[in-house]
Design a protein around this ligand. Sequence first.
Ligand SMILES: [Zn+2]
Ligand SMILES: [Zn+2]
Length: 151
Amino acid sequence: MAPSLTNFNHSGSPLEIGLHHDGRRLTPQRQKVLNLFRTIGAGIHISAEEVHQKLLEANSRVSLATIYRTLRLLVEMEFLHELELSEGGHRFELASQDHPDHHHLVCIRCGRTEEFESDQVLVAGKNAAESIGFKLIESTLNVRAVCPDCQ
Ligand SMILES: [Zn+2]
Ligand SMILES: [Zn+2]
């Protein structure tokens, strides 16, 4: 029996196989952006401009427009998580099994982003969804704040 593409979770990471379960391929350019996130690791939140800068430093010329498109796609493919910040635009982080549901404290002045865990938030989201028959996908909380350096 031919191996099913949906088995990728059990037979190595989607990256190693190079094909997402929805059939979209990780082109070299997409892989380059994803590799950058894998190199810096989970728990780091960077903007499209920072991705652009880091790729330039690594001698990869990719236009900012392409990076925006690639980041959007990698979010759709669930390789990255996107954080929407009201003042600071968008930031992206590696989606990781070892780094499960977490929440963010975001400085509205400098964009510094710190993570925290809260079971209460997870439970509140689950209860709210169940009480009105919604199927839960995730519960995350982004807290807008001002960091010590910016106060
Ligand atoms: Zn995070
Ligand atoms: Zn700050």
